[in-house]
Design a binder for this molecule. Structure first.
Ligand code: SD4
Length: 333
């Protein structure tokens, strides 16, 4: 990859103002629009994703973006890498099961036209993100859950397979000894992959996929497959995704809120921070409650913020694919 590239296309403010003074009202309106469009700072293509496993996922997404491919194809291909990695204990095959020993997967995908698809509590299918895309493209619906989602997947040619690995089975059996449900900050019992991309055409897309909170109640669904909570894309503004304790993200419509704040002028980092602060203010006790947001705006600027330290994001643009630490509100010892 080439070095991180930013193209600043700016029109001189003085020149622009002089032109505006000399033009008729309608002309100046048109000119203002043109100037606004030209003042956009373009940093594309770019792909960002949550956590360290995002580095490998970004590589696959970049393969597509660097050849002028679509953001939608990039995010699907990107997160499939994490889903198909049996050593990843939080996504797809190898994901830690619920308390009954069942691996139930949640995923959603959204494109630049606001089309979206999702699956929740899906069992025995390695790549739920691709099933979510099929829901989006081949049905009039947005979300399928449980048995119905699995039947749909099979009807579309997805293969059923056992998603429990030797390692995830071992960890589940160890957990059963005490059977205490305790989300642990930044340890691999809640590391969803959320990915956001801006392609060469300036279009945004996002994907989010997870095995959810380890040892959850059977049937529990978190924020990750819920459009507006775990992921949201508005091609006029930007995109956002979430990671961490899904219940807290759902309570504030997290990702949709981050995008709305960007619409109202906040930078991606400011928007993520404001929603994290809202989560903190709505919970009496945030001990152990880790949530992080990642946002990418229409100009290709990204930002991230979490409740506690430890959240990081993988950023790939031009020559670089690197991990960046998110800013945070609280120290955890
Ligand atoms: C969930 N938000 O199921 C997911 C878990 C997660 O990083 O994000 N982990 O609540």
């Amino acid at each position: 990859m080439k070095k991180n590239r930013r193209e600043f296309i700016k029109v001189s403010a003085i020149g622009g103002a002089a032109l505006l003074l000399n033009s008729s009202c309608t002309e100046s309106e048109e000119l203002k629009d043109e100037l606004a469009a030209e003042e956009i700072i373009q940093n594309k293509p770019i792909v960002v994703s949550t956590w360290e496993h995002g580095l490998a996922a970004n590589e696959a997404a970049w393969e597509i973006l660097s050849k002028k491919g679509k953001a939608l194809d990039a995010v699907e291909a990107g997160v499939r890498v994490s889903e198909s990695d049996p050593e990843n204990l939080t996504v797809g095959i190898g994901g830690l099961p619920d308390r009954d020993g069942k691996v139930t997967l949640d995923a959603c995908i959204m494109d630049h036209t606001s089309q979206c698809g999702a699956v929740a509590c899906l069992e025995e299918i390695e790549n739920p993100i691709s099933v979510a895309r099929k829901v989006m493209e081949d049905t009039p619906h947005v979300m399928l859950v449980g048995k119905g989602a699995q039947e749909f997947a099979v009807s579309k040619g997805f293969e059923k397979k056992n998603l429990l690995t030797t390692e995830s089975t071992k960890q589940w059996k160890e957990w059963l000894e005490k059977s205490e449900y305790e989300p642990i900050i930044n340890i691999e019992n809640h590391d969803t992959i959320g990915m956001l991309a801006l392609d060469e055409d300036g279009n945004l897309a996002g994907a989010c996929t997870t095995s959810g909170m380890a040892y959850k109640l059977h049937g529990r669904v978190g924020d990750s497959p819920i459009i507006g909570a775990g992921l949201f894309v508005d091609n006029e503004v930007g995109a956002a995704c979430a990671t961490g304790v899904g219940e807290a993200v759902i309570r504030v419509a997290g990702s949709a809120m981050v995008v709305e704040l960007m619409r109202n002028g906040k930078s991606p980092s400011e928007a993520c921070k404001e929603v994290v602060n809202r989560i903190i203010s709505k919970h009496e006790n945030v001990d152990g409650l880790q949530v992080g947001f990642l946002a990418l705006n229409k100009n290709g600027e990204h930002g991230s913020h979490s409740v506690y330290q430890g959240f990081n994001v993988a950023v790939a643009a031009s020559e670089t694919n690197e991990l960046v630490d998110a800013s945070f509100d609280k120290e955890w010892d």
